[in-house]
Ligand binder design. Structure first.
Ligand code: GLN
Length: 436
């Protein structure tokens, strides 16, 4: 799939899918080609970049009107590391505005459809990234995972989706939504390529003080896999069938399995939405009509400029979350919401640590349903949020998680995810390769 003299046929191929799925916000294989080394382990491999990650030569819109024509002046460290390894960013992928959503329907700029069934969503918020990989437009694409945004669309589109250990991949150049939860992640065609991309892009970065030295235990081979017990009604029938198939396959591959429960699972969504909206309300304060992007015309005072820019530039979901975030951070309310959510966060990590005392990895569902239809006919926005319980737990705990394509149910792919202790990504790749 190298970008060689077949550039024209490559563009044609991408274009033919683009009409059906709309995964890109911008596609231009030449725009940043000169910044790639031309050699290295990923030489000539084209890749897509979620449009909240900076790549010089392209715009960076975050799927929002407030940044619609923002010409990006620099490149994210993760992208730069991939360019050093020879890979070529060919475009920017559609997403839910600022990463807020599970369908990519919250993009203010374009619609993205699932390549398996275009009446359905590709998932979100990295829907463009997952759809493009599933359609073969790019072998891999970067996404960001704050609460499942790489793994859920990967599962909906039948590709691999990695959310790395917090601190392993620099967030420099990733537009902040909820800084303490999110990581740059990758959607890819194979487990092997996911590994190559992760290893090429990770590393301590002077531009991101939360990056750490990579320190795996060296125990990469997995013997025991804990399997999360799911109750009646937790998953749709097709996803439950798929999950049971995954359990059977694990056993067939010789893994020892133990059924486990996560008592804190019921607190994951409330804790996630308190922390995520609190951080979002602070992070999105920078979009004020002065420093970046959209500036409302005709405002007579600075506060009117700010108000009008934010009123016309942000979509409804973004406004809702800023309101929620300022509410939970209001003085006098912090103990009730924010501090409580932080305690729950510790309790969740303790739950996982307990499981990893007797298992090398943990398997659990990615999302309770397969790809749903556009709009709210299958799942309302509130139901979509409640469905984040399986994915958000990894973000709250900072642990690595990999969504792996498992089965096809009624024409739609269904994935399953594996989690491991911090820095044990290699265990996840090995399980995935065994199940391939
Ligand atoms: N569904 C999650 C949300 O809407 C996904 C967030 C993410 O990972 N960017 O917040």
């Amino acid at each position: 799939k190298a970008l060689t003299d077949s550039a024209d046929s490559y563009k044609k191929y991408v274009g033919s899918w683009e009409e059906k799925i709309g995964s890109f916000l911008q596609f231009d294989p030449e725009a940043a080609k000169a910044d790639s080394s031309g050699e290295g382990i990923l030489a000539g491999i084209p890749f897509g970049v979620k449009d909240n990650i900076a790549v010089k030569g392209f715009n960076m819109t975050c799927g929002s009107k407030i940044l619609e024509n923002f010409d990006c002046p620099y490149t994210a460290t993760a992208v730069e590391n991939l360019q050093k390894a020879g890979a070529v960013p060919v475009g920017k992928m559609n997403m839910d505005e600022f990463g807020m959503g599970s369908s990519t329907d919250n993009s203010a700029l374009a619609e993205t459809h699932n390549p398996w069934d275009t009446s359905r969503v590709a998932g979100g918020s990295s829907g463009g990234s997952a759809a493009a990989v599933a359609a073969g437009q790019v072998p891999f694409a970067l996404g960001s995972d704050t609460g499942g945004s790489v793994r859920q669309p990967a599962s909906f589109c039948g590709v691999y989706g990695l959310k790395p250990t917090y601190g392993t991949v620099s967030r420099y150049g990733l537009t902040a939504y909820a800084s303490s939860l999110e990581t740059i992640g990758v959607c890819a065609e194979t487990a092997g390529l996911t590994r190559e991309v992760f290893n090429a892009m990770r590393g301590k970065d002077i531009m991101d003080n939360t990056t750490v030295d990579y320190s795996p235990s060296g125990k990469d081979d997995v013997e025991t896999v804990a399997v999360l017990k799911v109750g009646k009604g937790d998953l749709s029938d097709d996803v439950l069938r798929s999950y049971n198939t995954s359990i059977t396959r694990l056993k067939e591959q010789g893994y020892k399995t133990v059924e486990v429960e996560l008592p804190t699972l019921k607190y994951v969504v409330p804790a996630y939405y308190v922390i995520a909206t609190a951080e979002a309300s602070a992070n999105l304060a920078r979009f004020n009509g002065i420093r970046y992007g959209l500036a409302a015309q005709g405002a007579e005072t600075p506060s009117a400029l700010m108000e009008e820019t934010r009123h016309s530039g942000f979509g409804d979901e973004v406004k809702l979350r800023i309101l929620l975030g300022t509410y939970v951070l209001r003085s006098g309310f912090q103990d009730q919401y924010y501090h409580r959510a932080q305690k729950i966060r510790t309790a969740i990590l303790n739950d996982f640590n307990r499981i990893f005392e007797s298992a090398d990895a943990l398997m659990m569902p990615v999302f309770p349903t397969a790809a749903f239809r556009h709009g709210s006919s299958d799942l309302t926005q509130l139901q979509q949020k409640a469905a984040d319980l399986y994915t958000c737990s990894a973000n709250l705990a900072g642990l690595p998680a990999l969504a792996v394509p498992s089965t096809i149910e009624e024409g739609l792919p269904v994935g399953v995810q594996f989690m491991a202790p911090a820095f044990e990504e290699e265990r996840l790749f090995r399980i995935a390769e065994k199940l391939e």
